[in-house]
Design a protein around this ligand. Sequence first.
Ligand code: NAD
Ligand code: ISE
Length: 335
Amino acid sequence: MTLRVGVIGTGMIGQDHIRRLTQVVSGAQVVAVTDANEMVAKEVASRLPDATVHPSGQHLVADERVDAVVVCSWGPTHEEYVLAAVAAGKPVFCEKPLATTPEACRNIIDAEVAHGSRLVQVGFMRRYDESYRALKDVIDSGQVGAPLIYYSGHRNPSVPEHYTKDMAIVDTAVHDFDVVRWLLGEELAAIRVLAAKPNSLGGDLQDPLLMIIESASGVLVNVETSVNIRYGYDIRGEVIGETGTAALADRGLVVVRSANRVGVEVPEDWRQRFITAYDVEFQEWINAVSRGLGAVGPSAWDGYAAQVVCDAGVNALYSGDRVEIELGTKPALYG
Ligand code: NAD
Ligand code: ISE
């Protein structure tokens, strides 16, 4: 059976996901697209064998040919499209963020709980990266003892003009918040945010930021965002346990020794660094949805929990305070 997918938002990641749905993974066909920029949607559809261009996300969700929905539009639009898909009983893969406020994420949770089974998956692709999966296996095996500290480095060579200081938390570090919850298997409890001496290459942006997070059991998590670091897109992660440490290995397929140096390649951007993770993420989503399981990957609860940390982080950035992270009750649907 081929899963017929409709894609809302055909910008940068929307086009990349359409490429992987049509050329890389198996079991799916993109049968509908829409974008606020109709020209872009039409251009993208013209490269597909049989895709309808819809005037809005709501029309796309209602299309009887669409079995499942992928949301890749701007963050503030995610809530309405995910809610529309849940109301239609259709599985929906939503790029991060699930929604831009904890309240909007709660609306999605309430709708999914009322539906009675999982339909929503959030695009936290790091959980599908082989290095992160290997790091989680080491932590879960007990090989380095109980985790005490986790260090998470999130470095982008540069960011677009419209990138604001909040975005280092809500657009960038949101991935670190999710992956740390997943690696440690527990929720995060409080956050402080410190602004370092600004990188002069970032203009007025407060960059880098250092976030110090306490997990529920007391693990200290350091998240560093450096989004103008120029040398490449570099994602670091290291757990310091009671009896050892484990870190994501350096990337690169070859190690070059030359001119008194030893080096590996550093990726240019997230598309290159996580290319295989996105492929695995989509293949597993298609397999689950095709088997009638609405979603088995990162849930609406995961999207909500990460967004609550973002909210607390932005509050901590502006106040300079240690801000507690309050999640409230987790519905039984999310285990
Ligand atoms: P983009 O600006 O390149 O594309 C977004 C597209 O959405 C644009 O073409 C825009 O016209 C369209 N759009 C805006 N409002 C719309 C609406 N109401 N209905 C339909 N289309 C609408 O942005 P992008 O970089 O592709 O990011 C899109 C989403 O993906 C964001 O939520 C972003 O955070 C997320 N993202 C995730 C990752 C990741 O690593 N998982 C990486 C990049 C972006
Ligand atoms: C972008 O939106 C992503 O999600 C990338 O994974 C992240 O590294 C980047 O900082 C964000 O802008």
